[in-house]
Design a protein around this ligand. Structure first.
Ligand code: BGC
Length: 945
């Protein structure tokens, strides 16, 4: 029998630091643990926490089955206080104690800081070289430990005695600086020494003072760079020696002549590294009340990729391909080059006619320049910028070999928590592209794209992507922090800015926009569902409610949200390149649907938080909005205004249609639209994440799979066939002829349209949360025909869960792993049964029902038979009846209900007089339809294609 293993060392809130967790500002951090294995009948009945503060261990025994985010039992931590925490759990007996976790509080209030923000005087101005600041300290002999607390206006790279204080980059990242400026606590015990110590920091413009947004603005947060650093060194007698930034520091210019996130960095490597610090600094009055600690991991270098190819472009430029669209920078190793040589590296995501395609970057120059020292070997890389690129163009160095250059990948250092695999190579690559898209766009802020003059926290993008994000990587701390920014930036009247941090700040950029502002309600709810964090709901509740109240006010008495500046079903494939909001779905339908959905989320959140009155109020509001939606936009039979795939998908999935007959009509209409669209995607940001759920739940799984596995443009897999290594902003960012979409908004690394993989995890592999935090797991795979296996793994808060199925000779084997503390509700495919299972490994075998020959009754059935449809299209195109699959589908669309035997008559007109073609079509259909009549041509008017 499996024995009960000791729990894992407790996790502190959402922090994932491998060692001691420093700089914690939640004085009562919540604790979580996992249990690797336990006897089959194990259920946690109690846990015991031991917390050592100072010398005294204290223990708390709690009768509870909880193991995720349990409350801190003791007195709140005080500033700088350190504690070690361990846990053991009780089943039929007690487990061993876990390994301890050390948690240490950071500086908690403005008065904990004696350091002052300082800025250099006379150097380090807006268009001057990046400054470096120096502070000198004398330390005694018996150093026990040392902490550095630091942040900046701008981004900084700090060194203690010439060694980097840690491995983070772009510190302190990007938050809504004027409301929340993050600092970090560093353990620098190993970097300090008795006697003289030097602390230096280079300051870059970063988000504080660099260019931000597509309007060309600079210095959004201020025009001076400044550093705040406080070093606290404890000696063995317990005395704390504190040194901080103050007027005694000095500064000098560095060889970083230019630095900008969009435009790149210019570095003169000849700059004298021994130059004296001759400039004075001065204190910059700053409200230290805005300082906050870290919720999630910082930005780090997370990967290094070798160049896969170096070659000469048609115009004679040296190009490098890294084989993967990434975010970071190129590092070059230059050998024995003449001093003063100018080397330039330009970055781009794609090539155009064999040359670097810079147009999609718009005004971002994405160019790093170096003036070399002339040493035998020089390493060229920036530290105060980043780019989104797969290709680099290098000028100024000759004979570059692949070994001389590599791509440095950066991003918020999130733990990977989700994996998917299947027998479908293109689908797997698409999934990989989604993962890379997330890595590149989770750079402290969830951004739309990482390469052009934008890279902003567009709320709509993360609203749709958050379920996928929380599966793939542990995004809990990252999104918790971003949501705090969202709440801080929200207007008093509840409006949510379209980007957070809000740097657009125009009345238009915070005028309520559906799907974008709904990030205020959806993202906290997703975090609750995926992590079980109730506190995030509690913290965001006022923000969530304010957003719904705002829409309520905008909608007015009839509860229909009309007009305004809506993005609508942004970027559906019918929207013209220059007008991404001109989608097929009616914007009022989309807006009002979001109103109903968000009101319901607020009601549900209130329920979780035991806010009874709020739950009742918003529940009724949601109910009334649904009724208003139905009476304004839905016909009695179930058609929805604008008759677009997106409006049916959201009406079905968000519970806006309650009448069974209406739901049936809406589902079948959605299915017919998908058929008429020949399984090319027809949705934008709003419809894309829900379309496959809607089809599947309405009983049209096969159509959902055909949509998912489509490779023609527009579709999810089309970019993969074009060599994409990330998800594109547009369905056709690159056109089928290899040219770049003419729209001025054409990124090759946007995660929004990748949000479908959440459905792939939940319904193809079959792994989803059934209760918040995966306390109960839902296992409901629906195996698509054509896939022989699929699997998903996820590190839930309880430990790793997995679902995997494979087919073999008509038998499907399903294997499920449930972590200790969780359980799974299993629904076997093809109605083969259900099960409720506890932790451990479980397998089932299911005989796959033979798909008897489906009756070919109507024209619709012809389209639904993928093989027949393929042959029909081939012959129809060949014989001139249709110009493409799309036009063939459009031709059949008005005749879906006609008997299949009449198909030829239905679509035949005088414009296609070719009898041989008709005969061939009849041949294609005959095996399916039996005898097909194609006698004399009836007298039909041409309808055109
Ligand atoms: C961004 C989008 C964003 C949109 C909204 C674009 O420029 O890249 O992803 O959501 O603007 O207008």
């Amino acid at each position: 029998m499996t024995s009960l293993s000791a729990p894992s060392a407790p996790r502190i809130d959402h922090r994932t630091d491998p060692g001691p967790v420093l700089g914690v500002t939640n004085q009562r951090p919540r604790l979580s643990w996992t249990v690797a294995s336990a006897p089959e009948d194990y259920v946690q009945s109690a846990y015991e926490l031991e917390i050592v503060r100072g010398d005294e261990p204290m223990t708390w025994r709690v009768t509870s089955g909880d193991q995720v985010l349990v409350p801190w039992p003791g007195a709140p931590l005080e500033a700088r206080e350190s504690a070690t925490v361990r846990v053991r759990v009780q089943g039929s007996g007690w487990s061993q104690w876990s390994e301890p976790t050390t948690v240490e509080a950071g500086l908690l209030a403005a008065h904990d800081w004696t350091a002052k923000f300082i800025s250099p005087v006379g150097i380090g101005g807006l268009r001057q070289a990046a400054p470096e600041l120096l502070g000198v300290f004398q330390l005694p002999d018996d150093i026990a430990s040392a902490r550095l607390y630091a942040t900046a206006h701008g981004i900084f790279t700090a060194r203690l005695n010439s060694r980097l204080v840690d491995d983070t980059v772009l510190a302190p990242g990007w938050t809504s600086y004027h409301h929340r400026l993050r600092y970090r606590a560093y353990d620098v015990t190993d970097l300090v020494k008795p006697g003289r110590n030097e602390l230096t920091a280079i300051l870059g413009n970063g988000w504080w003072r660099g260019r931000l947004g597509f309007l060309g603005e600079r210095a959004f947060y201020g025009d001076r760079l400044a550093l705040l650093a406080q070093l606290e060194v404890k000696t063995s007698d317990g005395t704390v020696h504190t040194f901080g930034t103050d007027g005694n520091w000095h500064a000098r210019p560095t060889g970083v002549l230019v630095d900008d996130i969009y435009d790149g960095q210019t570095t003169d490597l000849r700059a004298d590294t021994a130059a004296p610090y001759e400039s004075a600094v001065e204190e910059v009055p700053t409200d230290l009340g805005v300082l906050v600690g870290e919720d999630g991991p910082p930005v780090r270098v997370t990967d290094t990729l070798a160049a896969v190819r170096v070659w000469t472009s048609p115009s004679g430029k040296t190009l490098v391909d890294f084989g993967q669209n990434v975010v970071g920078w190129a590092r070059l190793y230059a050998r024995a080059t003449r001093a003063g040589t100018e080397v330039t590296v330009r970055h781009a995501e794609v090539l155009d006619a064999g040359e670097l395609a810079m147009r999609p970057l718009r005004s971002a120059r994405a160019t790093d320049t170096y003036f070399l020292r002339g040493d035998d070997e020089e390493i060229l890389e920036p530290s105060l910028t980043f780019h989104g690129f797969r290709y680099a163009e290098i000028t100024g160095l000759s004979d570059i070999r692949p070994d001389d250059v590599e791509a440095i990948v950066i991003g918020s250092d999130l733990q990977r928590t989700g994996w998917f695999d299947s027998s479908h190579a293109l689908l797997n690559r698409f999934h990989e592209n989604v993962v890379w898209g997330m890595r590149g766009n989770f750079v402290d802020v969830p951004t739309d794209c990482p390469q052009r003059d934008e890279r902003l926290g567009w709320t709509g993008d993360i609203q749709v992507f958050s379920p996928t994000a929380t599966f793939l990587h542990d995004s809990s701390g990252f999104l918790t922090s971003w949501l705090a920014d969202l709440a801080a930036e929200q207007e008093r009247d509840g409006s949510v800015p379209h980007v957070v941090p809000d740097i657009l700040r125009t009345p238009m950029s915070s005028a309520p926009a559906a799907a974008w502002g709904d990030a205020a309600t959806v993202v906290p709810w997703v975090l609750w569902e995926r992590t079980g964090d109730k506190d995030v709901l509690a913290r965001q509740f006022d923000s969530m409610r304010a957003w719904v109240d705002k829409i309520d006010a905008v909608a007015g008495d009839d509860l229909i949200w009309r007009g305004g500046n809506q993005y609508g079903d942004w970027l559906d494939p019918t929207a013209p390149p220059e007008a991404p909001d001109r989608a097929t779905a009616d914007p009022d339908v989309i807006a009002t649907a979001h109103f109903a959905r968000s009101a319901q989320i607020v009601a549900d959140a209130a329920q979780v938080l035991d806010r009874v009155n709020d739950a009742a109020y918003y529940g009724q509001l949601a109910e009334r909005v649904r009724a208003a939606f139905a009476s304004e936009f839905v016909t009695p039979a179930g058609r929805v205004l604008s008759d677009a795939q997106t409006v049916y998908a959201i009406a079905l999935e968000w519970g806006l249609l309650t009448d069974t007959a209406q739901r049936r009509t809406a589902g079948s209409r959605l299915a017919d639209l998908v058929r008429a669209g020949s399984f090319r995607i027809a949705t934008g940001f709003v419809g894309t994440p829900v379309i496959c759920d809607a089809l599947m739940n309405a009983g049209y799984s096969d159509l959902a799979f055909r949509l998912l596995l489509q490779t023609e443009c527009p579709s999810w897999l089309y970019p993969v066939t074009m060599g994409a290594t990330t998800v594109w902003e547009r369905w056709d960012s690159m056109l089928p002829d290899g040219s770049i979409n003419p729209g001025e908004m054409t990124s090759f690394n946007h995660y929004a349209l990748g949000s479908i993989v959440d459905w792939v995890h939940r319904r193809i592999a079959g792994l989803a949360p059934a209760e918040p935090g995966y306390r109960t797991i839902s296992v409901r795979p629906v195996p698509p025909r054509g896939l022989t296996h699929a699997s998903a793994r996820h590190r839930t808060p309880y430990g790793e869960a997995s679902v995997s199925w494979h087919r073999d000779a008509g038998t499907l084997t399903l294997a499920v792993r449930v972590p200790v503390g969780s359980r799974a509700e299993v629904e076997l495919p093809w109605g083969a049964g259900t099960a409720l299972v506890g932790h451990g490994d479980h397998t089932w075998q299911v005989e796959e029902p033979r798909r008897g020959d489906r009756p070919m009754t109507t024209v619709r059935d012809v389209i639904d038979d993928a093989a027949l449809w393929r042959s029909f299209v081939d012959v129809a195109v060949d014989g001139g009846l249709a110009s493409s699959e799309t036009s063939a589908a459009r031709l059949l669309a008005p005749h879906l209900d006609r008997p299949a035997t009449e198909l030829l008559d239905a679509v035949w007109t005088r414009s296609w007089p070719s009898d041989p073609a008709k005969a061939r079509l009849a041949d294609v259909l005959r095996p399916y339809l039996g005898h097909v009549e194609h006698a004399a041509q009836p007298d039909l008017e041409p309808t055109g294609v």
